[in-house]
Design a protein around this ligand. Structure first.
Ligand code: FAD
Ligand code: MLT
Ligand code: ZN
Length: 525
């Protein structure tokens, strides 16, 4: 990146839209240089784990401006990092070296809302919570909700295929996003901002950009269907003695609450302890129950008929208490109490980062195996002399587990004293191997003798039968970013990775979009 490049950006963007430490080449040129610390917030991620050294941040306000930026970067082979609310947890939203940051923060207008269909069309830089307030005034809600709602953008949510706390009820963005406007790496505007629920006219191109993490282009506009906003909500929090009972509480919630179940989350005692520690003095944050429990389950209902919903919740509470599935429980009596319960769950992440440098793992595994990963990780770290529960001065302070139980999504957080190669190598690839499929394993299709049935199984390289792997995903909802790019093979086969690399090459032949992230390096044959 040279001063001449920055001059060019200053000439195509309005005043204030270019933040660069590089001064204009001519004293008469537009704009002035800024101090390096003005770029700090764009260079460092939310966890302060990843930090780049970009000298140039661009803040466009229109699709045409994004198109001009990318066309120029494509021609000049300048690397670009699209950035939304910078709340990502895998190091995808910040530069690795000196890539140009394209921040979408000023690209934040609502374009239109159809009160009949509930379809919202907006700029990619709109903050999720702002959108939720906007549609709330019209009787609707955003189909996703997450702890970072006050800062994350809808464009960032789409680009990471974010999940969040209501995925259980409203499903994936692959279903609720109806259309996207995307600027491709060469500046071409792909106008696919459909508002139709149904459209069977060929390849569904928008799906490629949902979860593409800025590697295929910049999402500039989003069309999304919003569901009617429920009129009645309740939240129950239970203290539970074992992970087996956590699962039973979930199973009974589905069976008894059915269509009004809108969230089912869990956390362990050390997650709660971190939250309580970091909220001392805040009267709204208290241990929800009188005695401590190893596990907590939060169940939320959302509906439209109070009597009906209350009766279902009462029956559910009766069932879990009578059957001894939960040891104790509390039901929200008003909106404030409900918000206080949610606050505990939603601030675990922040409490962990305040407790110490945090290694975060976000995995999908079948619910019965979910918490085993926390136990296995604790065991491994203890064996390596890095962790002893309750003992101070160990390299690892805490190993905690919480997450979206209803979606089989565990957040394993390992809170250390510092990020060190010793701790990293104790955790990786161990965790990825446990979750996914060992890269040494090969899948074969074999005939089960006498049945004629073909069954997929796994054999190790020496062709011994091995126990079934967990076949999980190394990223349930946070994406791949810089953190997981080299580990993709634990969740995707070689042919899938090659196909993904071909798609990347088709859209971005010069590799300017979010380099070093998402995909492993292409092997040179
Ligand atoms: P950024 O962090 O800015 O970017 C994320 C990725 O998307 C980057 O690769 C970036 O290059 C790309 N990108 C951003 N905008 C665009 C665009 N317009 N076009 C193309 N690419 C783009 N995630 C969940 O899934 N579920 C949760 O429950 C959840 N809870 C969280 C709670 C907290 C407290 C925090 C800090 C994070 C949480 N996250 C969660 C992670 C994060 O908030 C989500 O990944 C979110 O979707 C990122 O949005 P963002 O706007 O901040 O994107
Ligand atoms: C959450 O569910 O709290 C988020 O995904 C953030 C995290 O994993 O810490
Ligand atoms: Zn989550």
């Amino acid at each position: 990146l040279t001063s001449a490049d920055v001059d060019h950006f200053r000439s195509i963007l309005p005043e204030g839209a270019v933040l660069s430490t590089l001064a204009p080449t001519a004293t008469t040129g537009p704009g002035t240089a800024v101090d390096a610390d003005e770029l700090d917030a764009y260079n460092a991620d939310w966890m302060h784990k990843y930090c780049g050294q970009s000298q140039c941040v661009l803040r466009p306000k229109t699709t045409d401006q994004v198109s001009q930026i990318l066309a120029y970067c494509h021609a000049q082979r300048l690397a670009v990092v699209p950035q939304g609310g910078n709340s990502g947890l895998v190091g995808g939203s910040v530069p690795v070296f000196d890539e140009v940051v394209v921040s979408m923060a000023n690209f934040n207008q609502i374009r239109r809302f159809d009160e009949v269909s509930g379809v919202l069309v907006c700029d990619a830089g709109c903050v999720l919570e702002t959108l939720d307030h906007y549609v709330a005034d019209r009787g609707y809600m955003m189909p996703l909700d997450l702890g970072a709602k006050g800062s994350c953008h809808i464009g960032g949510n789409v680009s990471t295929n974010a999940g969040g706390i209501r995925y259980l009820r409203y499903g994936s963005l692959h279903g609720s996003v109806l259309g996207l406007e995307v600027v491709l790496p060469d500046g071409t505007v792909l106008d696919n901002l459909s508002t139709l629920r149904k459209d069977s006219t060929g390849y569904d191109l928008k799906q490629l950009f949902i979860g593409a993490e800025g590697t295929l282009g910049i999402v500039t506009g989003v069309s999304i269907v919003t569901p009617p906003r429920p009129k009645v909500q309740t939240v129950a929090v239970f203290g539970v003695e074992s992970y087996e009972q956590v699962q039973q509480a979930f199973r009974l919630a589905k069976a008894n609450l059915n269509e009004i179940l809108s969230a089912c989350e869990f956390w362990d005692r050390s997650s709660l302890d971190m939250v309580l520690d970091h909220n001392q003095g805040n009267p709204n944050v208290r241990d929800p129950l009188a005695a401590p429990y190893p596990f907590y389950v939060l169940v939320e209902t959302s509906g439209f008929h109070k009597d009906h919903d209350d009766a279902k919740m009462a029956h559910y509470l009766e069932t879990v208490l009578e059957q001894g599935v939960v040891a104790d429980g509390v039901l929200s009596e008003n909106a404030t109490q409900m918000a206080n319960f949610w606050y505990i769950r939603e601030t675990i992440s922040e409490a962990a980062v305040k407790t110490g440098p945090t290694y975060k793992y976000d995995v999908s595994i079948p619910v019965p195996q979910l918490y085993n990963l926390v136990l296995e990780t604790q065991k491994r770290l203890a064996e390596q002399g890095l962790y002893r529960e309750g003992v101070a001065d160990q390299p690892i302070k805490l190993v905690t587990g919480y997450g979206h139980l209803g979606d089989g999504n565990l957040h394993l957080n390992v809170v250390a004293r510092e990020f060190t190669p010793t701790v990293s190598s104790a955790l990786e690839p161990f965790i990825y191997e446990w979750v996914g499929k060992s890269s040494l394993l090969k899948s074969f299709s074999i005939q089960v003798i006498g049945t004629g049935v073909s069954q997929a199984t796994e054999l190790d390289t020496e062709c011994h039968m091995v126990s079934p792997s967990h076949r999980g995903s190394i990223s349930a909802e946070h994406g791949l970013g810089l953190m997981k790019a080299p580990h993709l093979h634990y969740s995707k086969s070689p042919s899938m990775i090659r196909t993904m690399q071909s798609i990347k090459h088709l859209f971005d032949p010069h590799g300017i979009m979010n380099p070093y992230k998402y995909l492993p390096k292409v092997d040179k044959e």
